[in-house]
Design a binder for this molecule. Structure first.
Ligand SMILES: CSC[C@H]1O[C@H](OP(=O)(O)O)[C@H](O)[C@@H]1O
Ligand SMILES: Nc1ncnc2[nH]cnc12
Length: 307
């Protein structure tokens, strides 16, 4: 990465956030590696700009290039802010997850449509604080239109080792320790489909930043509720290695599909444009706004308060 330029002169609209076991996107040509500094610090990894069929894609390794950030240490605000600042409006976020349902087998893919928050409030979870208040809708944390694109791409790969479950609830736990058996069974009773440690605050911050965001999960284990072996890191890495090629193929097919003109409004997150900013302007009266907080928010939405 060292020899790549640290600037890229075109906006990049689509990003992939790679999770455990997906720290690179083979088959794409890296053309730049950016190191932005945001008001919330620096991102987890350099942002690699990859080119595929002339379309630039941003790639960020959630846990860092060497997997050095624990789930609660990931600088999620810097990640999301930096991606938005380079032009990204759609994020495909990949995650290795435990399965909470018999029919979701290790190596199956899941495109979730809901999240239950089991983080413990120790992760910074909003851009809007310290003198700027904002509340965004989060009833549907993911994006049904991107989910449909993923489904279409996965269907085309059926019979090639790709099984995809459309819809489902991610339990996002704090970690880094895995769940107890009692917790795992409780999550099942709540209707949880899969479990990870990274859907939040990523999805919330993407929404605050007016981005289209969809997670693609790949099951690596049955957590500890099942009568098979309890989850451990070796198991997660083993399945990621075994199915990593399919994960990359699926993500690649999704990127190719999203690059089509017919998806441009969705990719540019036109349906979210202005939704956060409208609420921000309405909430904290100008005389109550902290100039430092205003400056930080204007990194996300340049000129949004008219300064
Ligand atoms: C190594 S198992 C736990 C770890 O794996 C998942 O990572 P990611 O979502 O980034 O793929 C899970 O969320 C935990 O961070
Ligand atoms: N069982 C599990 N619990 C939490 N995160 C995970 N990531 C992969 N498997 C997991």
């Amino acid at each position: 990465m060292g020899s790549l330029p640290d600037q890229f002169d075109r906006p990049v609209h689509i990003a992939v956030i790679g999770g455990t076991g997906l720290t690179q996107m083979a088959g794409y040509t890296p053309v730049a590696a950016l190191n932005p500094v945001t008001p919330w610090g620096v991102p987890s990894s350099p942002i690699q700009i990859l080119e595929h069929n002339g379309v630039p894609i941003a790639f960020l390794a959630r846990h860092g290039v060497h997997h050095q950030h624990a789930p609660h240490e990931i600088p999620v605000r810097a990640n999301i802010a930096a991606l938005r600042a380079i032009g990204v409006r759609t994020i495909i976020a990949f995650s290795a997850v435990g399965s909470l349902q018999e029919e979701i087998r290790p190596m199956d893919f899941v495109v979730p449509d809901q999240i239950i928050d089991r983080t413990k409030g120790i992760r910074p979870f909003t851009f809007f604080e310290g003198g700027i208040v904002g509340h965004v809708g989060f009833a549907d944390p993911f994006d049904a239109k991107v989910a449909a694109v993923v489904q279409k791409c996965a269907s085309a790969m059926e019979g090639e080792g790709v099984t995809l479950h459309q819809g489902g609830t991610v339990i996002c736990m704090e970690g880094p320790q895995f769940s107890t058996r009692a917790e795992s069974n409780m999550y099942r009773s709540w209707g949880g489909s899969v479990i990870n440690m990274s859907a939040l605050p990523e999805a919330k911050l993407a929404r605050e930043a007016e981005l289209t965001y969809q997670m693609i999960c790949m099951a690596t284990d049955y957590d500890c509720w099942h009568d098979s072996e309890d989850v451990d890191v070796a198991m997660v890495m083993k399945y990621m290695a075994a199915n990593g090629a399919n994960a990359k193929r699926l993500v690649g097919a999704v990127l190719d599909e999203l690059a089509k003109q017919e998806h441009s409004d969705m990719v540019m997150a036109k349906h979210w444009e202005g939704t956060t900013v409208a609420g921000l302007k309405f909430m904290t009266k100008p005389e109550g706004r902290n100039p430092e907080a205003v400056k930080r928010v204007e990194y996300l939405f340049p000129g949004c308060f008219g300064s």
